[in-house]
Every structure is written in structure tokens, then in C-alpha cells.
Design a protein around this ligand. Structure first.
Ligand code: ZN
Length: 357
């Protein structure tokens, strides 16, 4: 198969049931976070994911740019990276936030407070190595902590037009319908999460050629961290709603991406998203397409990755069994080649690779 493409990762995060997001951002040094990121990158590649679209360092500054270079120079083994650097939030809307007005805490993304600051930040992130600009189109800053839109449509249009000049895409984190609507009309290429997406919004996305990255595995993991015993307890309301909206998105014909928000859950278990996509109603073969040719096309890399074809980069994996019948087989990776180079597998996996010395 072509190497798999993770559509939404955070190599600088690790599971929140180990250390909370706030504590990762505030108490872990950048050296520690980078050390962790190198092991995350290796685990990702070993799982057959030869490319990741890494959507924000969450407080680790521009260290994704350095990590990407270390991989390109062959210092460490990891996937090809499409990076967002810091990502951009409206001032005061993101975290860490302990609701103490006396504190000015380091933030998980770059804060901007107006159109001028926004455009300056887009230019800065592009100059620091961003392959894609990520905006938080809404966040939990409404009354009573409700998710509410952050940037105006005008602001999003400004950011996307600057990024576009540089040949870069813009992506939006968005949960709310209004945030999604502004992001779509503002010219983003993909919407991440999209919990409140309904028929009207998905139709608009299809019309404007905006793809949808549902990140099913993030919610699935977070609810389990909060105590949901999956398989025993009934499905939480949020999961039932997500299942429904995913099916609605499928019926609407909007382009669906494979991206799980991995980092919220363990790196190297990226395929959790693929299993959930099948569980929520997509055919295994379509899920495999999402994780290869669809992701590569939407991200603008269709001529390089996502298919096995002459002239493209030789990102090739083998799995034991047929994942187009049973998606679980995608986890049985026995061979990984990135850009024509065979990646030596850990000793525990070696015996399964026939003919590899
Ligand atoms: Zn994310």
C-alpha cells in the first residue's frame, strides 16, 4: 500500500491521561517536549504513517520546524511533516486559562488581537517554516465556557489571502456552526473537528470545496479519560451526536479526511481513527482512500504521495492481511519504506518480514 497519511497530529503532545494539556504546556520544558516528539515521530513512522500534517506545537514554539529538519537530515527517523508551527488564536480565547486575571500564562498558540497583528503573525509563521496556517475559528470563551466564534469572517479572509499568496493552505479548528460558516466563507481548505456541522454546513463545505477532518478518535479518547467505560457503559451523548454528524457528512458528499488529533491519544496508534470511521459507518476501502489518496490530494501533495505510481515518492508499506476487508489489519504493519528507503523495524516485528535481512 502507499504510506499512510495522518491528517491531524500533534507530535509535541502526549496523552492527556498521562499529563493534562495545561501541565504539558506549562510544566514540561521544550527540551523534554522535543525529546518526547522524537519518540512520537518514530512510533508514527513504525505504524506505517509516512506523512503527518502536524497542526500546532501547542506551546512548543517553532520546534516542529526543527523536528522536521532533523527528520529530513536523517538524524532521527520520522514521518514527512507538513507543519503549522504555533497556530493562531484570538487573544484571550485559548489556554492555559485558570480564570485568574492576575496571571499572564504562556499560551498553547500565538495570540493576536486585531487584523494587523493577525497578518503580522501569518507572515511570521510562514517565515518560520509553516507549511499551513492554522486558525482557531472558535473556542470555549463564550458565557459559561460555551464554544463561540473568535475571528470575524473578514479576519479569516485576510489570513487565507496572505497564506494563499505564499502557496499555503489555511485550516480552521471549529466546533460551532457559525465558526464553521465564517471559516468556509473565509477561504480555508479544511475544517477540523466540526462537531456542530449540520446538513446546511456540510452542503456549503461541499460547494466551496472545503474538506472535513472529523477527528473522531480525540473525543472517543477524552471521554474515556473522563471515566466512560467503552463497551460497558452506554455511549455518551457526545459520541452519539458525533456518530450522527459523521454519517450526515458522508451522505452530504463533503470530502472526508483521515485525521484523529493523535497526541490526545498515543502516537503510533493513529489507526484508532480509521477503526472508528469504519465503526461509524464508512466502508474500510473508503477509509483507506481517506488515509492515502484523499488526504494527499486535499493537502496539495497528490503528485508526490498517497498512491503507488511511477514518478512519485516511494512511500510504501505492507500489512499482514487485507485491511480493505478488515480495517484492524492496518495495525499489522510489517514493512515500511519512506522515500525509497527501507525503515528497519524493531526486533519484535522483524520475524514477520519475509526476505528482509
Ligand atoms: Zn488538534
Amino acid at each position: 500500500m502507499p504510506g499512510l497519511i495522518e491528517g491531524h497530529s500533534h507530535l509535541f503532545l502526549h496523552p492527556y491521561n498521562e499529563v493534562s494539556w495545561n501541565d504539558q504546556v506549562l510544566t514540561e520544558s521544550r527540551a523534554e517536549r522535543t525529546a518526547r516528539a522524537t519518540t512520537h515521530a518514530y512510533a508514527t513512522l513504525m505504524a506505517g504513517f509516512t506523512t503527518v500534517r502536524d497542526l500546532g506545537t501547542e506551546g512548543a514554539q517553532y520546534d516542529d520546524a526543527g523536528l522536521k529538519q532533523a527528520i529530513e537530515k536523517g538524524i532521527i527517523k520520522g514521518p514527512r511533516m507538513i507543519i503549522a508551527t504555533k497556530a493562531i488564536v484570538a487573544r484571550g480565547t485559548y489556554g492555559p486559562n485558570y480564570k485568574n486575571a492576575d496571571l499572564d500564562l504562556p499560551q498553547g498558540a500565538a495570540e493576536v488581537g486585531g487584523l494587523e497583528e493577525l497578518s503580522k503573525e501569518v507572515y511570521t509563521q510562514l517565515s518560520k517554516g509553516a507549511d499551513v496556517i492554522k486558525l482557531y475559528a472558535d473556542y470555549r470563551w463564550g458565557l459559561d465556557g460555551a464554544a463561540a466564534p473568535t475571528f470575524s469572517q473578514e479576519a479569516i479572509t485576510l489570513a487565507t489571502s496572505i497564506a494563499k499568496s505564499a502557496g499555503r493552505q489555511t485550516v480552521a479548528h471549529s466546533y460551532t456552526k457559525e465558526g464553521m460558516r465564517r471559516a468556509i466563507m473565509g477561504g480555508v481548505s479544511t475544517i477540523e473537528h466540526g462537531e456542530d456541522g449540520d446538513e446546511e454546513i456540510f452542503k456549503l463545505m461541499k460547494e466551496k470545496n472545503v474538506a472535513f477532518c472529523p477527528t473522531l478518535a480525540a473525543g472517543d479518547a477524552i471521554l474515556q479519560y473522563r471515566g466512560w467505560k467503552k463497551g460497558t457503559d452506554p455511549e455518551p451523548e457526545r459520541i452519539v451526536a458525533k456518530r450522527k454528524s459523521f454519517q450526515l457528512a458522508m451522505r452530504s458528499g463533503v470530502t472526508i479526511l483521515m485525521g484523529g488529533d493523535v497526541g490526545v491519544f498515543r502516537h503510533g496508534t493513529n489507526a484508532r481513527e480509521m477503526e472508528l470511521m469504519v465503526d461509524y459507518g464508512m466502508k474500510p476501502l473508503d477509509v483507506l482512500r481517506c488515509a492515502t489518496s484523499v488526504n494527499s490530494k486535499v493537502f496539495g501533495y497528490a503528485d508526490k504521495i498517497g498512491r503507488l505510481r511511477k514518478g512519485m515518492l516511494a512511500d510504501i508499506i505492507a500489512v499482514q492481511g487485507d485491511p480493505s476487508i478488515d480495517i484492524k489489519k492496518i495495525k499489522e504493519v510489517s514493512f515500511v519504506m519512506k522515500d525509497g528507503k527501507i525503515i528497519i523495524l524493531p526486533p519484535t516485528q522483524l520475524p514477520r518480514v519475509k526476505g528482509l535481512k
